[in-house]
Design a protein around this ligand. Structure first.
Ligand code: ADP
Length: 199
């Protein structure tokens, strides 16, 4: 089964996809994590894409497709995968169709005001990418990840001015893709407008 998880930044894609991954025993591929790993490891690609990511801009399609292709080619993806954060543009959706089929799109619907409130308080583990929230999903030890004891930090792109930019890009570039998947009858909508559910 090939599942795509769609939704604006802060809609809970990462949390949803990782829970689904544990339930179904299929890998969770977050393209945001792939991007952050390249940046953290200071690869050549990481140096090129850091500027886009920290400003809340989309990484160029050719780079993103390269990263995704490499990940999907790994043996653990043979039986299916849960894709979180890809595709985000029409060229990415076209590229995905060349390398894989898709079965289901889970579309998380969350109002902007909720996104802004949630992301402003989000903390991310520098080491494993686990997500916490300063208000309602606190780590056991302040500043440290429960799972791996890694350092927690606020992502560059979770600053309020950058959040607006990401929401805008989502509306312009990603939302139109839903029509494409709706025509294939693959979308399941899930609405969530509570602030106390972590992204
Ligand atoms: P969110 O969905 O909360 O914005 P992600 O963790 O999915 O965050 O992505 C973080 C950043 O990584 C994005 O703002 C963008 O710069 C980059 N990125 C992730 N996935 C893609 C993609 N499919 N295309 C282009 N850029 C991407």
């Amino acid at each position: 089964m090939k599942i795509l998880v769609f939704g604006p930044p802060g809609s809970g894609k990462g949390t949803y996809a990782s829970r689904l991954s544990a339930k179904l025993g299929m890998p969770h591929i977050s393209t945001g994590d792939l991007v952050r790993d390249e940046i953290k490891n200071q690869t050549e690609m990481g140096k090129r894409i850091n500027d886009y990511s920290s400003r809340g801009l989309l990484v160029p399609d050719n780079v993103m497709c390269q990263l995704l292709q490499k990940r999907i080619a790994q043996p653990d993806c043979k039986g299916g995968f849960i894709l979180d954060g890809f595709p985000r543009t029409i060229p990415q959706a076209q590229e995905l169709e060349k390398i894989s089929t898709t079965d289901l799109v889970i579309n998380l619907q969350v109002p902007d005001a909720v996104v802004i409130e949630r992301l402003g308080a989000r903390l991310t583990c520098r080491n494993c990418g686990a997500i916490y929230n300063e208000r309602f999903l606190k780590p056991r030890t302040p500043g440290r990840c429960d799972k791996c004891t890694g350092q927690l930090y606020q992502r560059e792109d979770d600053r309020p001015s950058v959040i607006q930019q990401r929401l805008e890009l989502y509306r312009q570039q990603t939302q139109p893709l839903l029509e494409h998947y709706a025509s294939k009858n693959q979308i399941r909508n899930i609405t969530n407008n509570q602030t106390d559910v972590p992204p």
